[in-house]
Design a protein around this ligand. Structure first.
Ligand SMILES: Cc1cc2nc3c(=O)[nH]c(=O)nc-3n(C[C@H](O)[C@H](O)[C@H](O)COP(=O)(O)OP(=O)(O)OC[C@H]3O[C@@H](n4cnc5c(N)ncnc54)[C@H](O)[C@@H]3O)c2cc1C
Length: 434
C-alpha cells in the first residue's frame, strides 16, 4: 500500500482546486455604508442570488462575509447539479400530504431548469453542461431498489433515466467495483468557483456592495431598523437576509439549532493521461453512489484530473489527513490510480437539517434560506433568488416550502455531538452486503 506521504504531488496544495482558475477575489476596499435597505450575511450562492434580486429591484444592498467573497461551500463544492431533494414523494406525502409533496419535489426540477436558464441568460462562463449522472449501486440490493424506484416514479415527477446493468457498466465508468447503476440524463456539471465569480460580478454590476472580511457579530433591532455590528463599523438595515448555511453560528442561535454542519472532503488528482481518463469516465458524467456515506466524483472541466469527494473521518479533520483516505478509496474503485498523486485537498461545511429538507422563511424578522443537505448548487441559487423576491414583496417569491416547520432537536445547540456515532453506524450499514 502507498504510504500516506507518497500520495501527495510535489506541488500539493491544501486548498480547493477550483481556486486555481478562480482565485479568491480581491475586491477594492471601501468603507462600510452606515445604512442599507437590505443587508445580506454570507456571500455564497444564496446570498449573492438574493442580493442580485434586491439590487436589481432598486434596494440599496450590502453583502457582508466573514471571509473572502465566496469563501464557504460555494467555491468548494463538487459542481454536480441535480434535482436535489433528499426525501421521497412517499416520505413527504406522509408528512405534508400528496399535493404539497408533489409541489415540493417539483421545485427541485424547477431549480435545475432555472439555474440552466439563468446561467445562459446571464452569460456566466462556468462550463454548465447537462452531462448526466451515473449513480452507481454499491451492492446488488441497491441496484434492485434503484431499478424499482425508477420504474415507479410518481406521475408528473418523472425524470429522464435508465438502468445500466453491471455487464455494461464499463460504458459509463472504468470500475468493476459497483453492481450497475442508473443514468440521470438531465443532471449537470459546472465549475463552482467560476459560477460564483459570475454571480459576484452580476451582483456588483447590479449595484450591490460586497464587503469581505466583515464578520457580523450582532444583530439588534427589528424589521425596518436592524443594526448589524461588525469590526469595521455598524450597518443600519431595513431588511436582513441570513445566508450562512453550514457556517451558521452564534449570531443566529435559533437557526444554529436547526442546521447540522457536516464537513465534506474532496481531493483532486494530478493530471492523468487522456486515454486513462477516457477509460475511467468515458462520457464525462458526474458520478455518485448509493451509499449512505456517499462518494461523489467527476472529471475536472478540462478532463485532466479526477475530483473525488466524500466523508472519510468520524470527526472533522485537516484536508491533509483526509487526502490519503480519499485516495485509498479512489484506488479501490480505480486500481489504475493507485500510484496517481493528489494535487489538492480541501473541505467545506454543508448544512444538514433534521428533516433533510432545505428551509426558507423568516424568523424574528430575519429572512433566511439554508439547509441544502449537501446539494445546494441549484437549490441555494434558486432559493436565494426566491428569497430576494420575497424581500421585494413580489408574489413570485413564494415557494411550496414557505411555512414548512423548521425542526430542531432537544439538546442540540449547534455542535453535532452525535456525528461520530452516526457516521460509524452509516459506515457499518454501507459495508453490509458489499
Ligand atoms: C466539499 C463540498 C462538496 C459539495 N458538492 C456539492 C455538489 O457537487 N453539488 C451540490 O449541489 N452541492 C454541493 N455542495 C453543497 C453546496 O456547495 C452548498 O449547498 C452551497 O454552496 C451553499 O451555498 P450558501 O451560499 O448557502 O453557503 P456558503 O457558500 O457556505 O456561504 C456561507 C457564507 O456565510 C459566511 N458567514 C457565516 N457566518 C457569517 C457571519 N457571522 N458574518 C458574515 N459572514 C458569515 C461564510 O463565511 C460563508 O462564506 C458541496 C459542499 C461541499 C463543502
Amino acid at each position: 500500500m502507498t504510504s500516506n506521504a507518497a500520495v501527495f504531488a510535489a506541488d500539493y496544495k491544501n486548498s480547493p482546486y477550483w481556486w486555481e482558475a478562480a482565485p479568491r477575489p480581491r475586491l477594492a476596499e471601501s468603507s462600510l455604508p452606515a445604512q442599507a435597505d437590505v443587508a445580506v450575511i454570507g456571500s455564497g450562492y444564496t446570498g449573492l442570488c438574493a442580493a442580485i434580486e434586491t439590487a436589481r429591484g432598486g434596494r440599496g444592498t450590502v453583502v457582508l462575509d466573514a471571509e473572502d467573497a465566496g469563501w464557504g461551500c460555494s467555491t468548494r463544492n463538487g459542481g454536480q447539479v441535480s434535482t436535489s431533494f433528499k426525501p421521497s414523494f412517499e416520505e413527504l406525502a406522509a408528512l405534508h400530504g400528496a399535493e404539497r409533496a408533489f409541489a415540493i419535489l417539483k421545485e427541485g426540477h424547477t431549480a435545475l431548469d432555472w439555474i440552466d436558464r439563468f446561467i445562459a441568460a446571464e452569460k456566466i462562463e462556468c462550463g454548465f453542461a447537462r452531462v448526466g449522472r451515473f449513480h452507481a449501486a454499491h451492492n446488488p440490493a441497491q441496484y434492485e431498489a434503484l431499478s424499482r424506484r425508477l420504474q415507479n416514479q410518481p406521475k408528473g415527477l418523472e425524470v429522464e433515466c435508465h438502468m445500466v446493468p453491471r455487464g455494461e457498466q464499463r460504458s459509463e465508468l472504468g470500475s468493476d467495483v459497483y453492481f450497475g447503476g442508473a443514468v440521470f440524463a438531465r443532471h449537470a456539471s459546472l465549475d463552482p468557483a467560476l459560477y460564483h465569480q459570475g454571480l459576484l460580478d452580476r451582483a456588483i454590476s447590479s449595484g450591490a456592495a460586497i464587503h469581505p472580511r466583515t464578520p457580523v457579530s450582532a444583530i439588534d433591532g427589528a424589521p425596518g431598523s436592524f443594526r448589524l455590528t461588525t469590526p469595521r463599523g455598524t450597518v443600519q438595515a431595513r431588511e436582513v437576509i441570513v445566508a450562512t448555511n453550514g457556517y451558521t453560528g452564534g449570531l443566529t442561535p435559533w437557526l444554529r439549532r436547526r442546521v447540522i454542519p457536516i464537513g465534506s472532503y474532496i481531493i483532486a488528482t494530478e493530471p492523468l493521461a487522456p486515454e486513462l481518463m477516457q477509460r475511467l469516465i468515458p462520457k464525462n458524467r458526474v458520478v455518485s453512489d448509493t451509499r449512505k456515506l456517499v462518494y461523489y466524483y467527476r472529471a475536472s472541466p478540462d478532463r485532466r484530473r479526477i475530483l473525488f469527494g466524500g466523508r472519510v473521518a468520524f470527526k472533522e479533520t485537516d484536508p491533509k489527513v483526509s487526502a490519503p483516505r480519499l485516495h485509498q478509496e479512489l484506488a479501490r474503485l480505480f486500481p489504475e490510480l493507485k500510484d496517481t498523486k493528489v494535487s489538492h485537498s480541501w473541505m467545506g461545511f454543508v448544512a444538514y437539517t433534521f428533516d433533510t429538507m432545505p428551509h426558507i422563511g423568516r424568523r424574528d424578522g430575519l429572512h433566511y434560506a439554508m439547509g441544502y443537505c449537501g446539494s445546494g448548487v441549484s437549490l441555494a441559487s434558486y432559493f436565494g433568488m426566491r428569497l430576494g423576491r420575497q424581500v421585494l414583496g413580489l408574489k413570485d417569491g413564494a415557494t411550496p416550502l414557505d411555512g414548512l416547520g423548521f425542526p430542531g432537536r432537544p439538546y442540540y445547540w449547534g455542535n453535532p455531538w452525535f456525528l461520530a456515532p452516526a457516521i460509524r453506524y452509516y459506515r457499518w450499514h454501507d459495508q453490509q452486503n458489499k
